[in-house]
Design a binder for this molecule. Structure first.
Ligand SMILES: [Zn+2]
Length: 71
């Protein structure tokens, strides 16, 4: 059985073969980060929140280029 067949939304009980992404902001004490909400495509319940992995990648690339004197 594929793993996704076990995954159910805790709010609406739908079996999830995919989730949707919504962009959000994660605020720290002095800093804000780009974040993503992983939401149920059936009822829009937020399943998880995370720092946006693509924003983190872009930040790392720009910091490396800056450190190399190319940014
Ligand atoms: Zn749901």
């Amino acid at each position: 059985m594929p793993m996704t067949e076990n995954g159910k939304c805790p709010k609406c009980d739908a079996r999830l073969k995919r989730v949707d992404v919504e962009y959000t902001e994660i605020r720290g004490y002095k800093t804000a980060y780009k974040g993503v909400n992983y939401v149920c495509p059936h009822c829009s319940a937020v399943l998880s929140v995370s720092i946006d992995p693509l924003a983190v990648k872009n930040l790392i690339v720009s910091e490396v280029l800056k450190a190399l004197g190319r940014g």
